[in-house]
Design a protein around this ligand. Structure first.
Ligand code: ZN
Length: 97
């Protein structure tokens, strides 16, 4: 389903990370975050729980902030919700997302 705006994660991934400098589309080079996440999911699996599915958790906070700002700019520039055409996107991420 097409939504008017991509997710926060898609916005963050569309930017170069200010902290670890990875290119858009590449996961952050954040070994501690990745290790912490893996440890948490291994523990969850041992107790029969699903893994955590929040992908932005493994991104640097600086990159998430850039993505949030970009998403807010797009929302501010878009028509009011009642004036939007259903199924149309109003983001400025292009085809990358
Ligand atoms: Zn990063």
């Amino acid at each position: 389903m097409v939504t008017a705006f991509p997710t926060f994660h898609e916005y963050a991934m569309a930017h170069t990370c200010p902290t670890c400098k990875v290119k858009p589309g590449e996961p952050c080079n954040a070994p501690q975050k990745i290790a912490r996440r893996k440890a948490m999911n291994d523990l969850r699996a041992r107790f029969g729980h699903e893994p955590i599915s929040e992908p932005s958790e493994a991104l640097h906070m600086t990159r998430q902030t850039v993505g949030i700002r970009h998403r807010q700019r797009d929302i501010a520039a878009a028509p009011w919700p009642e004036d939007r055409i259903p199924g149309q996107r109003y983001d400025t991420l292009g085809d990358a997302s």
